[in-house]
Write a protein that binds this ligand. Sequence first.
Ligand SMILES: [Zn+2]
Length: 445
Amino acid sequence: MSTLAFAQPSAPTVKVDYELLRDEILQDLQAAVSVGQLDMVFLIMHGAMMAEGFDDCEGDLLQRVRPIVGPDCAIGVLLDLHCNITDAMLDNASIIMACREYPHVDFEERGTELFDQIHAVARGEIKPKTAQFRIPMLSMFHTPREPMRSFVDRAQACEGARGRDSSGSSENSDSSTSVLQVSLAHGFPWSDFAGAGASVLVTTDDDPAGAAALAEQLGHEFFALRDQGTEPSQVIDAALDTAAKVLIETPGGTVVMSDGSDNAGGGAASDSTFLIRACLERGLTDVAIGLLWDPVVVDMAFAAGEGAILDMRIGGKAGPMSGDPLDLKVKVLKLTEGKKHQLWTAEQLVHLGRTALLESAGVQIVVNDLRQQPMHPSAFLEAGCDPWSKSLVIVKSSQHFYANFEPQAAAVIYCDAPGSMNGNVFERPYQHITRPIWPLDEIAL
Ligand SMILES: [Zn+2]
């Protein structure tokens, strides 16, 4: 049996909604146990979910799963690498594994690895022992770039895994190759709770000392990279200046600019207007921006129809972090309904919601009514806008866009616009995180 639920991040989940989902899973488990049909448990969760009254939803769920399935049942947990791994999670799972890549292009690969290992646990073939090395730091780490790229590869190379691959081989009994998995948990810096932060998780086959030693070693390496994990971002004017320079050097190219401060995937409203306003004020006329979440505007555009020219108040509705709304005369270029766009891989298609492609003074805005980030050019294409026909494409995504936009981009520029996910950690009103923590505090591991 399986339960599948997903929501875009925002404020903590409503208490009754979390409890409803949690209890549905628990009741299914109880039913399976009572008829003797449970072999193992495989949970795919984010790892930083918060709900009203529950700062650690994954820990809360696992604490309730374990007593139902018993102490010997294999429990595998696959997490987003932006997870805050707590003791409650570790104490109640057999193996916890995070994806390796940001953008998260490897969920399927990691899920397969974990499934094989949990299956081996259930058969009694391996005895996972996990060690965690906590790293008090809050940041984002882009894995396609050096030095993170080499570090992630080094961590992966530590996984000897006793041949626990798709071939099912388990020939190698050398204790030096008993590392089942290494996970670099980046932490989720927007969770304001005591357990927020990074860590390294190492699971070995019955070698707790080896797990602890490797977790500590990799933890120190991870911490040493803390200043170099993210591509530097630029304030709006500097970012637009850089884009203009690139376009002079690369005529006909398309610059892709990240407006990560308004990324729905991290909890932002995705309706901020700062960059649209800046483009209009500069008189830029070959620009596309998306996805802007504004259901009211979508309703109005659908009522007016394609080809309509009308005055609209766009964006800036969710709150002060979204900036002021823009009052624009726009043309409704295209309306769509029922389209899907791609996430990281071609198999991962999700609904776009209703879309309205609007144009004002040469700036095209893809507005939709289902809040989400664009991870693939199809988010624009399906809405009727070819991003590669523009000189500048602004994506409201922090890093997930990178895998599928970067290969065709003249350059990728990270813009440090205002907004609720702005990168300035010092301006976040943390109240509950554990101090000291870098970069708020200078620390030594
Ligand atoms: Zn993530």
